[in-house]
Design a protein around this ligand. Structure first.
Ligand code: PGA
Length: 246
């Protein structure tokens, strides 16, 4: 089953969320073999949870803390997210890594916490332009995945991976489908090596400047099991078009 996820980032107040979801529900058609996920800001989760009740659309968060509770000013734990109806969490997004100094070790702890609490993490990985130009893309991805899964290698079926080249995020320049497919194959083989007993229950999503007019170039390839969409998910009409590409 493919997964098409909207990452709204720091966009949309609760009121704007309400307007979006009402419109989205008018134009969205559930599909047999796909799952649709909205990841609004924390402050919109409550209203989104109420409005999505009765639909098959899943709710997720863009980040979490790995402790259950405690003296962690400004942080949100998985326990809170669960109560707000979240079943997914985006972990290790490149903006968290690069703008907020999130380390591989923190990302690993967040994944462990997600598995413990029963929320499904979407682990984001991706190389910078410099790394791609230096020819070390696969090495970077392998390193990110191995560190993120350290000690939890046997749980590859309980997570999804989003391949998001940093240079493609928010730039309007997506990876070519061929480049994405090559990295997706590499990730799939790596996860099989990491967990030989796994049943390929994970999905590998592509993210980075996915738009209605380029989505179908990716969905043609069976290696691409879904999308993580930023900018183009902010309008219900364009996100629906991307969903329908699957
Ligand atoms: P974008 O963002 O679609 O705006 O490039 C993708 C993401 O950061 O998840």
């Amino acid at each position: 089953m493919s997964l098409i996820a909207a990452n709204w980032k720091m966009h949309k107040t609760p009121k704007e969320t309400e307007e979006y979801i009402k419109r989205f529900l008018e134009i969205y058609q559930p599909g047999e073999d796909r799952e649709v996920l909205l990841c609004p800001p924390f402050t919109s989760l409550s209203v989104a949870h109420e409005l999505l009740a009765g639909s098959d659309i899943k709710l997720g968060a863009q980040n979490c803390h790995y402790e259950k509770e405690g003296a962690f000013t400004g942080e949100i734990s998985l326990k809170f997210l669960k109560e707000l109806g979240c079943s997914y969490v985006i972990v290790g997004h490149s903006e968290r890594r690069h703008l907020f100094g999130e380390s591989d070790e923190m990302i690993n702890r967040k994944l462990v916490a997600c598995l413990e609490e029963g929320l499904r993490p979407i682990l984001c990985v991706g190389e910078t332009l410099e790394e791609r130009e230096a020819g070390i893309t696969f090495k970077v991805i392998e390193n990110q995945i191995r560190l993120a899964l350290s000690g939890i290698e046997e749980y590859t079926d309980n997570i999804d991976i989003a391949y998001e080249p940093v240079w493609a995020i928010g730039t309007g320049v997506p990876a070519t489908p061929q480049d994405a497919v090559a990295v997706h194959r590499f990730i799939r083989d790596l996860l099989k090596t990491v967990n030989p007993e796994g049943e390929i229950g994970f999905r590998i999503l592509y993210g980075g400047s996915v738009k209605p007019d380029n989505a179908q170039n990716f969905t043609k390839h069976r290696e691409i099991n879904g999308f993580l969409v930023g900018g183009a998910s902010l309008k219900p009409e364009s996100f629906v078009e991307i969903v329908n590409a699957f």
